[in-house]
Design a protein around this ligand. Structure first.
Ligand code: ZN
Ligand code: FE
Length: 256
């Protein structure tokens, strides 16, 4: 049986996500930005929390964990091994290639250093689901705080290589600002123009713009499109390595 998912708003622009296995009743939260909305969503779904899958140690991803554990003291907290020492409370550390079981569902861990040095993402291969945290956003990527840009580029390439129809859930609703920036890098991209219009309409209606899909990101996300000749020409780096083109696009976003 396939995973059931609930996505909801937390804090200002974070997402909470629950992944539920109907066969066993197991339920995972992907990060816990704050406790109240996660507990409310569990209650309204009638689900019991068994696991928390942490992508990275930033407060807006782990801040609600202690409070949620008061209601679900038996829930296992899975955290990136490289950040385990900085995350409070009992937890299990996981690394590249580890598989976290949520009931009968299986989440494979991929390490994606860049935004933080220990950042990980979770892929449910059977359901073609990616929980990307702050590594990949719709038409964007996380700020590269803790590694050189080429390390983040390599991390993003791991996600770009997932099946094109993989659904992608992200840590934040940043899509509209990302899309507007993407148009400054590649104004000629017709699919991007169309997508930004759709995103404007969704946001105007108060709707979420996520999840997205890998194929759509490959076509419209400038942070995955360093090999693209038009983007290279637009940023004046026709003959540079892909990682250098990525670094330049990231720099422009940081300044913007
Ligand atoms: Zn973060
Ligand atoms: Fe975040």
């Amino acid at each position: 049986m396939t995973a059931q998912i609930r996505q909801f708003r937390c804090l200002d622009d974070n997402f909470g996500v629950l992944v539920h296995d109907p066969a066993t009743g197991a339920t995972a939260a992907i990060d816990v930005p704050e406790a109240a909305p996660v507990l409310a969503e569990l209650r309204s779904a009638g689900w019991k929390l068994t696991d928390i899958l942490v992508t990275h140690r930033h407060k807006d991803h782990v801040g609600g964990i202690p409070e949620v554990l008061k209601s679900f003291p038996g829930a296992r907290v899975h955290v990136p091994h490289a950040e385990a020492a900085q995350i409070e409370g009992p937890h299990l550390s996981v690394r590249e290639g580890d598989v976290v079981k949520v009931g009968n569902l299986a989440a494979r861990v991929i390490e994606t250093p860049g935004h933080t040095v220990g950042h990980i993402v979770y892929v449910f291969d059977a359901d073609k689901l990616l929980f990307a945290g702050d590594t990949l956003f719709a038409m964007g990527c996380g700020r590269v705080f803790e590694t050189p840009a080429d390390v983040m580029w390599t991390s993003l390439q791991k996600l770009a290589a997932l099946p094109p129809d993989t659904q992608v859930y992200c840590g934040h609703e940043y899509t509209l600002a990302n899309g507007r920036f993407a148009l400054t890098v590649e104004p000629q991209n017709e699919q991007l123009q169309k997508r930004v219009k759709e995103v404007e309409a969704l946001r105007a209606a108060g709707s979420f713009t996520l999840p997205t899909k890998i194929a759509l990101e490959l076509a419209t996300n400038p942070f995955l499109r360093a090999p693209n000749a038009t983007i290279r020409r637009n940023v004046g780096l026709q003959d540079a390595p892909d990682a250098a083109v990525f670094a330049e696009v990231r720099e422009r976003k940081n300044r913007g």
